[in-house]
Design a protein. Structure first.
Length: 135
């Protein structure tokens, strides 16, 4: 697949060898302009790594902003069960890598160190976002 996972800050703690092993648990998906990646209230059961393009987030019919290439959507869904808080639409051609919760559980079993690094990065990223909101 050779995806350029080094572009994602969430994965910086992984060595290039660990990223190569991690990549085997990912599924590539492509979306055309206007395609919906997910809808509000859908069960959040996958993390999406945005490789190419831009995704528009929308809640109650109002645009909430954009996610750009190199950013991650739904990382918390790997460690928390819940529903999506918004809908997401491809704003042009989009390519993502998906890590489904089921694949994450397999990763935890097969490569526990990689899974732990990923989980810690998700928690740190989430805590950082909360701090920014409270500041």
């Amino acid at each position: 697949m050779s995806t350029g996972l080094d572009a994602f800050a969430l994965l910086h703690e992984l060595s290039s060898e660990e990223r190569a092993h991690f990549e085997k648990f990912l599924t590539e998906r492509r979306f055309d302009p206007g395609d919906q990646l997910f809808d509000v209230h859908d069960e959040s059961e996958e993390m999406l790594l945005l490789l190419e393009g831009r995704v528009r987030l929308q809640s109650s019919g109002v645009s909430e902003g954009f996610v750009e290439a190199g950013e991650v959507m739904g990382a918390a869904s790997l460690v928390l069960v819940g529903n999506r808080m918004c809908a997401a639409y491809a704003d042009g051609p989009v390519r993502v890598l998906s890590l489904a919760r089921e694949s994450y559980l397999r990763l935890r079993s097969d490569l526990p160190r990689v899974a732990l690094c990923l989980q810690e990065a998700i928690v740190h990223h989430f805590a950082s976002d909360v701090r920014q909101l409270l500041a």
